[in-house]
Design a protein around this ligand. Structure first.
Ligand code: SF4
Ligand code: SF4
Length: 566
C-alpha cells in the first residue's frame, strides 16, 4: 500500500473539550483524500476530510506562493489595543498580537432575535434562550473601534444576526455605519421583511445598503423545509422581485450547503443568479459547520468540502471553470488598485483552505457562462500586479522634505504648509506615474474573441473603469454588468479547526467587552463561533428569551402562511 504523505502540521481543537491539540494534514493515499488527523490524550482520536481532491489541494497551496500574493504583504493591525497573547491562540482573541491579517469585513450582530427558527442556525435566541442586542450607542462604539484600525482597517461592514431587520432603528444604524466611514455596507438577511414590502427594500437602498446577503439554499420546497423548517421557496423569489423593483442591487445569494440535503441544488441556485443578473452580483456558498458530538461515520457522511463544491459546479457547467482561485490570490491587487488613487486598501490575505472566488461572465445573447480566463490571462495579470505592488512597497519615493532634511516644525506656518503641499504633490505624482505604468503593462494580458467583447461591451468597459479608477463602487458596477462572482467560504468547526487558518482570518466580529464595557473585542469569525460566542453573549445578554420553541414555531408558521397569501 502506498505511504500517506504529510502535507503540514498544525494545531487544532479537541471537539470534546475544545483544548488545543496537535494535528496533521495528510494525503491519505488509499482513499485519495486530504484528512486532518488528531488525538486528544483524554478523548481519543479524531479525523476529518478537508478535501476529496488532493492534487487540487496541493496546487492551491503552491499557487499563492508562485504568483507571489502573500510575500511582503503585511497587514497585521498595530493599534495600542492589540493584546499580548498570554493564553495562546485561539483563547486570546480580541485581537491579539499573533494575528496575521487585518480584517476586511467588520461583522456585527445587531440582535440574536429571529423571525425564523432554522435547524442549521446556532446564533439565534430560540437556540440560546437569551436575547443579545447591543444598543445604538454600543454599536457606535463598535463601529468606531473598527474604523480606527491601523494600518489597514475594514472597508466593509456586515450587519448580521439573528435577523437584523427586526431592529426598528436599522436604517439609522446603516446611516451611522456610513457616517463613521465604512464604504461598503452589507446586510445579512433571511429576506422575510424584504418579501413583505417593496417600500422596505427602497428604504434600505436609501439608507445606504450596498449589498444584501440573502440566505438562499435552493429552489425546491423540500430543501427549505429541511434547512429552515418551513417552505420559503416562493418567499425568496419574492425578495428578488422586490429588490429588482426597488432598484436594490448588489444581492448575494448565500446557500448553506449540507451534503445529501441541498447539494443537488447548486445548479438551481446558479440558474437563479443568472436569471436575476441585473441585481445579483455574487453567489457565496457556505458548507455547513458541524456542531455537537457526532460519530466519525456521521461526520464523514455530512462533511461537504470546497473540493466537493468545485466538482458540483463543474458538473453543472460542463467543466467550465478550470481554476478556483484561493481568496488570497487577489490580496495585492486589492491593495494596489486603491493605492493608486489614495483610496482605502484591503488585503485578502486569508489561508487558502478558507475558500475561493472566481468570476464568470454571462453572455448577454446566449445566456451561457463564460469564465474570466477566456478574456484575461489571469495568472499573467496577477503576477504583473504583484510585481508592481512589490515595486511600490520597496521603492516608495522619498518626500522632498526628507531628501533635503528639512525640519518643518521649525519653519514659520506658511512654509510648513508649502512643505506639506510639496510632499503631497510628489506623492500624488508618484502614484499617477505608477498607475500609468501599471495600466500600460496590464493591457497585454487581455485576450479573446472581439465579437464577444463587442456584444458584452458593458462588462468590459466596467472592467477597464474598475482598473482605472478603482473603488468598491466600481467593483459593484463591474459585477452588475453581467458578471457573477462564484465563491465559497468554508467556515470552520471544532472538527476541522486549524490555527494556521484562523490566525489569518479577515472577517472579524465586534462585541463590547463584557469585562470592560469601555473596550471592544474584535474576534475572528471562526474562533468566535466555535469558542467564544456563547460565553460572551450570555454575559452581555440583558434579558431571557421568554418564548418557548413551540411558541416561536407557531409564530413562524403563521408568518410564512401570511406571506404566502400576499
Ligand atoms: S485567532 Fe487571532 S486574535 Fe484569536 S488568539 Fe489566535 S491569533 Fe489571536
Ligand atoms: S471566517 Fe473562517 S473561513 Fe473565513 S477567513 Fe476567517 S477563518 Fe477563514
Amino acid at each position: 500500500m502506498e505511504q500517506n504523505e504529510l502535507i503540514r502540521r498544525t494545531i487544532s481543537l479537541c471537539p470534546e473539550c475544545l483544548q488545543n491539540i496537535p494535528a496533521e494534514v495528510i494525503w491519505e493515499k488509499n482513499t485519495n483524500r486530504v484528512m486532518m488527523k488528531k488525538t486528544c490524550a483524554e478523548h481519543g482520536d479524531f479525523e476529518d476530510r478537508l478535501s476529496s481532491n488532493p492534487e487540487e489541494y496541493m496546487w492551491r497551496g503552491k499557487y499563492i506562493d508562485e504568483i507571489g500574493s502573500i510575500e511582503g504583504n503585511i497587514t497585521a493591525p498595530t493599534n495600542d489595543f492589540i493584546r499580548e497573547n498570554e493564553l495562546g491562540c485561539p483563547y486570546n482573541c480580541g485581537l491579539c498580537n499573533q494575528h496575521i491579517s487585518a480584517p476586511n469585513i467588520a461583522i456585527v450582530d445587531l440582535t440574536n432575535r429571529c423571525n425564523l427558527r432554522c435547524p442549521v442556525c446556532f446564533a439565534n435566541s430560540a437556540a440560546s434562550g437569551y436575547i443579545y442586542e447591543p444598543t445604538f450607542e454600543e454599536l457606535r462604539q463598535i463601529f468606531t473601534h473598527f474604523r480606527s484600525i491601523k494600518p489597514i482597517g475594514p472597508v466593509s461592514l456586515q450587519l448580521s444576526g439573528g435577523e437584523p431587520t427586526l431592529r426598528n432603528d436599522l436604517f439609522d444604524i446603516i446611516r451611522m455605519g456610513r457616517d463613521i466611514g465604512f464604504v461598503h455596507i452589507m446586510l445579512t438577511t433571511n429576506g422575510i421583511k424584504l418579501a413583505k414590502s417593496v417600500e422596505y427594500c427602497r428604504q434600505l437602498k436609501e439608507a445606504g445598503v450596498d449589498a444584501v446577503y440573502l440566505s438562499f439554499d435552493g429552489t425546491e420546497p423540500e430543501t427549505w423545509k429541511k434547512m429552515r423548517g418551513v417552505d420559503l421557496s416562493k418567499i425568496k423569489m419574492k425578495v428578488l422581485d422586490n429588490c429588482r423593483e426597488a432598484g436594490l442591487d448588489g444581492v448575494g445569494l448565500i446557500p448553506t450547503l449540507v451534503r445529501g440535503v441541498n447539494d443537488h441544488e447548486i445548479g438551481n441556485v446558479l440558474d437563479v443568479a443568472k436569471e436575476y443578473q441585473d441585481i445579483v452580483s455574487a453567489v457565496i456558498f457556505q458548507p455547513v459547520s458541524l456542531t455537537g458530538r457526532i460519530s466519525i461515520e456521521d461526520l464523514n457522511q455530512m462533511r461537504y468540502t470546497t473540493s466537493d463544491l468545485k466538482d458540483a459546479i463543474n458538473k453543472y457547467s460542463g467543466g467550465l471553470i478550470k481554476k478556483f482561485y484561493p481568496i488570497a490570490t487577489a490580496s495585492k491587487l486589492t491593495r494596489l488598485l486603491p493605492w493608486f488613487d489614495n483610496e482605502q486598501q484591503f488585503g485578502t490575505t486569508s489561508h487558502d483552505d478558507c475558500g475561493f472566488a472566481t468570476f464568470c461572465i454571462v453572455d448577454r445573447e446566449t445566456k451561457e457562462w463564460k469564465p474570466l480566463e477566456n478574456f484575461v490571462d489571469v495568472d499573467g495579470l496577477l503576477k504583473f500586479t504583484n510585481e508592481t505592488f512589490d515595486v511600490v512597497m520597496k521603492r516608495k519615493i522619498p518626500k522632498p522634505t526628507k531628501i533635503f532634511k528639512i525640519n518643518t516644525s521649525k519653519l514659520p506656518k506658511i512654509f510648513q504648509k508649502i512643505a506639506e503641499f510639496t510632499d503631497d504633490m510628489t506623492d500624488l505624482a508618484y502614484r499617477g506615474a505608477m498607475k500609468s505604468y501599471y495600466m500600460a503593462g496590464a493591457v497585454k494580458f487581455f485576450k479573446g474573441d472581439l465579437n464577444f467583447i463587442i456584444k458584452n461591451k458593458d462588462t468590459f468597459f466596467n472592467f477597464i473603469k474598475l482598473m482605472w479608477a478603482p473603488g468598491l463602487g466600481r467593483v459593484k458596477d463591474f459585477m452588475l454588468s453581467g458578471n457573477i462572482m462564484i465563491s465559497c467560504m468554508h467556515f470552520q468547526d471544532s472538527y476541522n479547526f486549524d490555527l494556521d487558518r484562523v490566525k489569518r482570518c479577515l472577517v472579524h466580529y465586534g462585541v463590547i467587552d463584557p469585562d470592560d464595557p469601555n473596550k471592544v473585542l474584535q474576534i475572528p469569525f471562526c474562533s468566535y463561533n466555535t469558542l467564544h460566542r456563547e460565553k460572551i453573549e450570555r454575559k452581555l445578554a440583558k434579558r431571557k428569551e421568554e418564548r418557548t420553541t413551540e411558541q416561536i414555531d407557531q409564530e413562524v408558521k403563521i408568518l410564512v402562511e401570511q406571506l404566502g397569501k400576499n
